[in-house]
Design a protein around this ligand. Structure first.
Ligand code: GLA
Length: 728
């Protein structure tokens, strides 16, 4: 096997090489290296042949390529197409203009330019082209892959399957970690060995890509997944619509992940000359366990994939659980006074502020009519903005712009704007009247953009929007799409959404926008470039939040996770949990509150003030640092723990919780992670209710804290402790 490196492996030379464009040499197999600082994806590319994945793992240099082959390369097809030798799962399946359902892709060339590597392919017989793209920069260890599919034939080609990317590896005893859930129980984690056969993870919601299963998986190569050790591949499909992830396991421990838009009911037609760009599949590889994968994704987010990923997030009060739809000027001002007193920075009015002909007093009307309900708010939104700003707070507002109630002025004016087939009776969602607007229609896209534009015109200092989305496509059909393109709806809805979000971001780059979808029903990296944060779950019970936030943090950065302290007893579960525990659980993400502050007694208020002030101190560590999950709530020990460490390892903050209660439940010894082993750290505990503070103000080496650990006892159920570490 002849090899030729395209990217010099020496870091300096690598940078120089990246600046130059590299093109293919015909007629010989070559190794194409897609490198990140710590990882390498190596592809074997040969003109006239199908490209193959040879290696994905820790960074190697070209001189080591022979080791890959001599040891036995993975040798999986990088983008298998249906029709020739396709007895395994395929990434691409199309019907060509003449009815031929088989495709045979062969490499025509490859090039590397900047951080992009593109392998160009063409069907051996047809003018049908696929570019296989990889993007890998120095900023993170995440590789992005996608394809650009072009129809050069004389008539339309129909695509039934058009995955974004493929990854193959060989390893016995590999495990899969995946996430699933429903309203109020998002990001439930399942970890299972990969066994022979096909594991499929899909979403059919049509609108809410994370309602149910999530589009992110981890593949652990060293048996049962560990937090901070072992080799793990992480993969996330970045798409807001229906998707399908397949993990096929065949003999000789060969595992293949294929991920992309779900092709079911979604045959996509490409007219002659048309191209289709598949969404990104983002992947990383780590030798530091699942935690290493998480940290790579978090960093990738902060470095660009999360909107405004370097800015600290504000502490806010959201009105929902405080007053639900009973908002009015007076009650909002009371809540503003409350959050101001506690040290908060932003007030967000949730659902219930709008509707004139049909007033939003209940969830069965007014979606679509984004005008103030002047009975509740006689002076409109500007008076709320002013009231907030008079108190030194910023102001935010809730909208659900992709939706309409059939009881609304919008629906009366535009019944054809909803997703539905005109011949069918409508199936309605929330409130018995909710419907989805048809975002494949450019006029509907304009309308959705205008909702934000009008709010901004009326309230130029509006700081924050909570963008909600509470329904699936219960009806199927579009009055806008032609009869032969009805099967484009599941895709075109989301291309329309992307267009809307891009237009809004172009005009309002500074606006903070929260992604919400019946809680965390739309959490996906396909959305996050447009959003600053997301609502993790409508379940604000701190005990359940430990699990929900644990799962969510596997792929999404804590700075983007909206975590609110709510009332006790909790409105969803009725559970009574002390305020300290509720704060300590909420503090591991973007802290907020979701209650009437006036419901707190004086002692609680004093505590809340201290907690908010403390959070402001640790905010840069939590929001911009690295997360190390330590003890999983899924371990059935009744405890949970995690910590955050700044990138320079000079500061850290450690959290531990006890959420079970039975006699004899011993607190574990806490072993920290992520610290500089040779540095000394001073420990200071925040707001402990425990007497055990023998380490208060004492110093320890990072090595000792990680290897030997500390005893920080947790007494009763819902005891929790937060310890700050500073390098001395
Ligand atoms: C959804 C959201 C909630 C709240 C309500 C308002 O359920 O997840 O946070 O905004 O809508 O109707």
């Amino acid at each position: 096997m002849q090899t030729k490196n395209i990217i010099n492996t020496n870091m300096k030379l690598w940078k120089i090489a990246l600046m130059a464009m590299t093109v293919s040499v015909a007629g010989q197999a070559e190794n194409v290296f897609v490198n990140t600082p710590k990882t390498t994806l190596m592809l074997n590319v040969n003109e006239g042949h199908t490209p193959r994945i040879s290696y994905y793992g820790s960074r190697i240099d070209a001189a080591q390529a022979h080791e890959v082959y001599e040891a036995g390369a993975v040798n999986g097809e990088a983008y298998p197409a249906f029709g020739r030798n396709s007895f395994d799962e395929t990434a691409l399946s199309v019907t060509h203009a003449d009815g031929n359902m088989s495709t045979e892709l062969a490499v025509t060339g490859w090039r590397t330019e900047g951080d992009m590597t593109v392998i160009t392919m063409k069907d051996r017989k047809y003018n049908f082209f696929v570019d296989l793209c990889y993007k890998a920069g120095e900023g993170s260890d995440v590789i992005e892959t996608w394809t650009v599919i072009r129809n050069g034939e004389k008539k339309a080609v129909k695509m039934e399957q058009y995955a974004s990317g493929v990854m193959t590896f060989r390893q016995e005893g590999a495990w899969l970690t995946h996430f699933h859930g429903a309203w109020g129980q998002e990001a439930g984690m399942t970890e299972e060995p990969l066994t022979e056969g096909l594991k499929t993870i899909v979403n059919y919601d049509g609108v809410r890509t994370a309602m149910g299963d999530r589009a992110e998986v981890m593949l652990s190569l060293d048996g049962k997944p560990q937090e901070n050790s072992g080799r793990v591949i992480g993969a996330a499909l970045c798409w807001t619509g229906n998707y399908r992830l397949r993990i096929e396991t065949r003999g000789k421990y060969r595992h293949t992940l294929l991920a992309g838009i779900d092709g079911l009911h979604t045959t996509y037609t490409l007219k002659p000359g048309e191209t289709f760009t598949t969404p990104v599949l983002a992947m990383t590889y780590s030798e530091e366990g699942k935690g290493g994968v998480s940290r790579a994704f978090h960093r990738w987010g902060r470095n660009g994939q999360l909107h405004n990923g370097k800015a600290l997030r504000e502490i806010l009060l959201n009105s929902w659980e405080g007053v639900y739809m009973n908002v009015n000027q007076e009650v909002c001002e009371q809540m503003m006074d409350g959050i101001k007193e506690l040290g908060g920075e932003l007030f967000v009015v949730d659902d219930g502020w709008f509707g004139r002909k049909y007033r939003r007093t209940h969830d069965d009307k007014a979606l679509g009519d984004w005008v103030t309900d002047t009975v509740k708010l006689p002076k409109g939104v500007p008076a709320l903005v002013k009231a907030a700003e008079d108190r030194g707070l910023k102001f935010g507002i809730w909208i659900e712009p992709e939706m309409v109630n059939s009881t609304s002025e919008l629906y009366e004016a535009h019944p054809d704007w909803v997703v539905a087939h005109p011949t069918r009776e409508l199936s309605k969602g929330r409130g018995g009247t909710q419907l989805v607007l048809d975002l494949s229609n450019p006029k509907v896209q304009d309308f959705v953009v205008s909702i934000v534009a009008n709010l901004m015109k009326e309230n130029p200092t509006l700081h924050y929007i909570k963008w909600d989305c509470n329904m699936s496509m219960q009806n199927f059909g579009s009055s806008y799409l032609t009869a032969d393109r009805q099967s484009h709806l599941f895709v075109d809805y989301h291309l329309g959404l992307r267009n809307v979000l891009e237009r809004i971001r172009k005009d309002y780059p500074e606006l903070v926008i929260q992604l919400c979808s019946s809680g965390g029903g739309r959490v996906n990296w396909g959305a996050m470039p447009y959003f600053d944060e997301f609502w993790v779950s409508d379940d604000t019970d701190a005990q359940q939040r430990l699990f929900i936030q644990w799962g969510t943090s596997h792929f999404f950065p804590p700075m983007a996770m909206a975590q609110h302290v709510s009332a006790s007893p909790n409105h969803q579960t009725g559970r009574v949990i002390p305020l300290k525990f509720r704060f300590d659980v909420a503090m591991t993400g973007r802290l907020g509150m979701e209650m009437k502050p006036s419901d707190l007694n004086e002692k609680e208020k004093e505590y809340a003030k201290k907690a908010v002030a403390f959070y402001k101190e640790i905010r840069p560590i939590v929001q911009l640092g690295d997360l190390y999950r330590l003890l999983s709530p899924y371990d059935n020990k009744g405890f949970c723990s995690e910590m955050f460490v700044t990138e320079d390892k000079s500061e850290a903050v450690f959290f531990c919780y006890k959420f079970e209660n039975y006699i004899g439940l011993e607190t574990p010894r806490w072993h920290m992670a992520g610290l500089d082993p040779d540095a000394k750290y001073q420990l200071n505990e925040f707001g402990s209710t425990e007497r055990n503070s023998r380490f208060e103000g004492k110093t320890f080496t990072g090595r000792f804290l990680m290897e030997t650990g500390i005893e920080a006892r947790l007494g009763r159920q819902f005891a929790s402790r937060v310890i700050r570490l500073k390098r001395v």
